[in-house]
Design a protein around this ligand. Structure first.
Ligand code: PLP
Length: 350
């Protein structure tokens, strides 16, 4: 069973089909109809994503993935406001944390939320705000724990104070209903929603500096030839994720019930489910008492293909779980299971 869908998903067959039929011509070319066709198709794909997010399509910038979107947004903002104060948490994905660490190394002022509470709310941000705080970055859903942070309320409170808000919504897209109109900056990735790898999206307000300079594609916000096949595939994946999100959430909930029942039946008292409230259905963080996660996963790789936590930091112990106050032993026993709505988990339920 492949249970590592928070790391990456299989491409959905409908996504592959539209990628296969994508127009090949250069979006920016002129004078021949293949180029016109490509332009129309790409514009429609980007507009589809904007409509599903309920945001202005002019605010969407196609990137190579969420790592680039996070770098683009945070560095692009810092370049405009190098004297500003920033707030984030220690539970962010590496592609946010490492950017802030880098910015600190060149003089940025960054504060980190310090709490053992599971969910990050405005209460944790408020005491850190200073007169020059200009950007707060908090992920919508954590990739290891599945915890949903209180990002809609955070965004509204910050807007009242004139502070911009960025959320890394990679693990939220299609897994929890969010009003994306509330956020100034958002990062998304295609390969977490059954789309192709190598493409992501940044929702921006045009007040930031570009990360990648070159020709004037995407209004000068991100240079480089547009990847027709990846863009149409990503847009189809967006439709599958958000087109009928209510139905998808029911499916994810059913999958979670099947898997947790299977784990409980097989592991009994040895099973601890780390977070079972305030989280998305598709991520289950578990501990197996007395079992080292790496050994367990290696020995059982034919049955369960999962990971010890974030796929990006396989060697280091999870800094996210540490920030939640977990002991080293508990971290070493923790496994992240992440589900797909397109797989059938036909296990016996006793
Ligand atoms: N942010 C979160 C929360 C993630 O889970 C990931 C992927 O693991 C990323 C960002 C990076 O996404 P990408 O692989 O598209 O660069």
């Amino acid at each position: 069973m492949y249970l590592d869908n928070a790391a990456t998903t299989k491409i959905h067959p409908e996504v592959l089909k539209v990628m296969h039929n994508a127009p090949f011509a250069n979006y920016n070319a002129k004078y021949y109809e293949e180029a016109e066709d490509a332009k129309k198709t790409i514009n429609n794909a980007i507009k589809t994503m904007a409509e599903l997010l309920c945001v202005d399509y002019k605010n969407l910038v196609i990137t190579s993935g969420a790592t680039e979107s996070n770098n683009f947004i945070i560095k692009g903002f810092y370049q405009n406001y190098p004297k500003a104060h920033f707030i984030t948490s220690k539970r962010e994905h590496k592609s946010v944390l490492a950017v802030f660490e880098y910015l600190e190394s060149i003089g940025a002022d960054v504060s980190y939320i310090d709490t053992l509470d599971e969910v990050i709310t405005f209460k944790h941000i408020k005491p850190l705000i200073k007169g020059n705080t200009k950007l707060v970055s908090i992920m919508s859903v954590n990739n290891e724990t599945g915890i949903i942070n209180d990002v809609e309320v955070i965004a509204q409170e910050l807007q009242r104070l004139g502070i911009k808000f960025h959320t890394d919504a990679v693990q939220a897209l299609g897994k929890v209903k969010l009003d994306y109109r509330l956020f100034d900056y958002v990062s998304f990735s295609s390969h977490k929603i059954y789309g192709p790898k190598g493409i992501g999206l940044a929702v921006v307000d045009r007040e930031i500096q570009p990360l990648i300079h070159g020709s004037d594609q995407q209004h000068g916000y991100r240079a480089g030839t547009l990847a027709n096949e990846l863009i149409v595939g990503f847009a189809k994946a967006f439709e599958l994720a958000l087109g009928d999100i209510a139905k998808n959430l029911i499916k994810y909930q059913q999958q979670r019930e099947i898997i947790t029942r299977f784990l409980t039946d097989n592991l009994g008292e040895d099973l601890i489910i780390n977070f079972n409230e305030n989280n998305v259905f598709n991520i289950i963080s578990i501990q197996i008492k007395g079992e080292m996660n790496q050994t367990f996963l290696k020995e059982n790789h034919e049955v369960i293909k999962a990971s010890t936590g974030s796929s990006c930091s396989v060697t280091a112990p999870s800094y996210v779980l540490k920030d939640h106050g977990f002991s080293d032993e508990a971290i070493r026993q923790t496994i992240r299971i992440s589900l797909s709505i397109y797989d059938e988990y036909d296990m016996e339920i006793s």
